[in-house]
Structures are given as structure tokens and as C-alpha cells.
Design a protein. Sequence first.
Length: 236
Amino acid sequence: MNRSISRLSPGWDLKGFLWKSGLPVGWFLIAVLLISSAYSESIGYGLQNPLLRAHFRKRLINMASAPDRFGGRIYRIDLRSLERDVDRLATHYLRELDKKIAALRHSYDEVATLRQALLTTEEDLQTRRRLLRDWRERFDDLEDSADDLKDAVRLILPWVKGKTDFNPELLITADNPAFETEIVYIGTQIEQAEKRIREFFFTPNHTVTLAELSGDNVVIQLFRIEKLSKQIKTSL
């Protein structure tokens, strides 16, 4: 792999692929703040998600029950306080979900940044080895972030299919410098997964499509990100 990277010509800018709006930095920061604010406000929509509420309501009811002497269950629940507690737990879940999405994107950005550094550096062999080691660690972070987000989604949607046959062959050639194809593919999967998660958890509709229940779904996409990141990391 060291030889493959050293033979690659510079000029493949994946960060340019990711950030191609062309806006000045100041405008970009303003856009990020506006987007973050919009998602924060949409937690109110998320609190109306029936599956999310049902999950936490069931958990709270189970915690509030106790066995009786006849083998049944006794429930001591105040309905008004129950719904307040559902709101509290659901709000915490949605905020944590937003953080996990941000962590996945951050891990991917670091992978892309180090990839560019590997392609453009003309430093000594020791520097390149350090960059390669750091790149391997960032792929480890990317794998963990995808798995963490996947577990969070499956907490609410445990019935969706979680794995699929996905065994891509890594292309280690000068025509595919530093896994450009694979990394762009991961970026596309992240973008699509985030869109689906936000549409389901942070919008008024909360619809579960047929794809979410059977074939290609957000959990499968996160599984692909996790597995492909691991494959690349192992190959380095």
C-alpha cells in the first residue's frame, strides 16, 4: 500500500468534492449555524414520532410495574407524569442522535483530509508513515461512529434488516488513488443515511417506507459504511 500511495500523482481533492459550494468561509459558518438551529427546532417534531414515544412509554411502564401475589403485574402510573417523562427521554435521545450524526460526518471529514495529505505530501518516508498510521486510526473512528449510529437507530427500529451481502473488492491501483472510489462511496452512503434519519426522526411525517422495513434501509447503509471502513483500515 505504501508503494501504491507514493506512485499516485497529486491533485485528487476529495474535500473539494465534499465542499463544492464555493461560498466564503464566513458564509459557510453562517450556513452551518442556521442548519444546526433548524435541526434543533425540529426536535419538537421528533417528540411527536409515534414509534419513538411508544418505545420510551413502554420502557417507563415496565419500570413502574411490579409483580402481584397472583403472578400478574401491578402498574402505578400517573399518565400526565408519564408523558412528561416520555418527552424528557425522547428529547435526550434525539439530541444524542444528532450528535452521533455529527460524529460520523466529522470522522469522514478527517478521513478525507488525511487522504488529501497523503496524495500531496512530498515529505520524507517517516512523515508518510505517520500520516498512514493516522489515516488508519481515522478509519477506525469512522467504523465506530457508523456502528454507534446504527445501534441508536435500531433501538427504535429493531425489526429492520441490519445486514446484507456486501463484500466489495478494494481497488488498489493508480487509477483509484488512495481509495478514491471507496471513500466517495462512503460519503454518499453517509449523506443518504443522514437524510433518511432526519426525515424519519426530525420531520412531521415520521413515515416508515417499505425500504425501511425490508430491503435497502438506513441501517444497511450504516452497515456498509462500517464494513468498508474496516476493509480499508485492514488493508493499510
